[in-house]
Design a protein. Structure first.
Length: 314
């Protein structure tokens, strides 16, 4: 088998809290692979650790423990120029395109920042090429972010991410702040760029309807743990974990659907990450929990067809 672009094993990130000895369990023992030229989605509620995993992969933060390999190299051991070179291959598109763009810089300067340092590349010509790929006219180079709509600003943010010619892009809730019609345009742009440039995406979202369209594979997170992982079609057709089924049941459906087709939505709030439940992380909200769930943490096990789940009774 081809080696994955990213191989993550036992990734853990704990943050010290204000109280002595208390830590926030942001990510706890997460393992997964990212296959090149595919889109893997991280889904889950706020506080599940999705964005933290993204920051750890980009080396914006160092993990408490665990390993990250990129193209076979131990990413956590790299320093200096080698790390800097690899980091140019990894970029991120943030949720809010307005706050992620410097309002004092023109679009031309924003895009050119990522081009600088590329040998033999004319920054102006390359900026025109990148803007064309995100379907913006070259006249935007001389304007400022506040002069554009939300969808246009997100295209500028994508152009900035494309400037260093990356292989891997993290899209952190990139359409959640946009109108529905604009969301579809940006999602189609991500798909077209992946086909043209051979990009690998880690798509972070809480919206299963969005990731169903764009993702090759979905990883479901809850309170810093992987609950389930499967190819997209497999996850939607045959969800195994109670949490996944409840998330799917929370997707709004038209009122004309028959009652038998409706699913029970997720109830309650996610527990505090400073005091996660003993045993299964989902035990406080699980409709099928049993005594063992409060005592023994379920291990992630393979069930076939690239499907894995962490549940005693899945």
């Amino acid at each position: 088998m081809t080696e994955p672009l990213f191989s993550v094993r036992g990734l853990t990130k704990h943050y010290p809290s204000g109280s002595r000895g208390v830590v926030v369990h942001a990510v706890d023992g997460v393992s997964f692979d990212l296959v090149e030229n595919e889109t893997t989605a991280l889904v889950g509620e706020s506080g599940s650790g999705k964005s933290t995993i993204g920051r750890l992969l980009l080396r914006l933060e160092d993990p408490t423990s665990g390993g990250i390999r990129y193209k076979g190299e131990d990413l956590l051991q790299l320093r200096g120029r080698r790390l800097q070179a690899l980091c140019r291959e990894m970029q991120i598109v943030f949720q809010d395109p307005y706050s992620s763009l410097d309002p004092r810089m023109t679009v031309g300067r924003i895009v050119a920042e990522g081009i600088q340092g590329s040998r033999g590349v004319n920054a102006l010509v390359e900026s025109f090429r990148i803007l064309e790929k995100v379907q913006l006219p070259e006249t935007v180079l001389y304007k400022y972010p506040h002069e554009f709509s939300g969808g246009q600003r997100q295209r500028i943010a994508i152009a900035r991410a494309l400037a260093p010619r990356p292989r891997f892009i993290i899209a952190d809730e990139p359409v959640s702040a946009l109108d529905v019609a604009v969301q579809s345009q940006i999602l189609n742009l991500f798909v077209d760029l992946q086909r043209e440039l051979g990009l690998t995406y880690l798509f972070i979202s809480h919206d299963l309807a969005v990731v169903r369209y764009i993702a090759t594979r979905i990883i479901v997170l809850y309170l810093g743990k992987v609950m389930e992982s499967a190819p997209t079609a497999e996850l939607f057709d045959a969800p195994l974990h109670p949490y996944t089924r409840l998330l799917l049941g929370s997707i709004p459906e038209p009122e004309y659907r028959e009652a038998r087709q409706r699913r029970v939505p997720l109830q309650g709030d996610i527990p505090s990450p400073t005091h996660p439940p003993r045993g299964c992380r989902f035990v406080t909200r699980c409709p099928v929990k049993q005594e063992v769930c409060s005592e023994v943490e379920p291990r992630v096990r393979e069930t076939g067809n690239g499907h894995s789940v962490a549940c005693h009774f899945a």
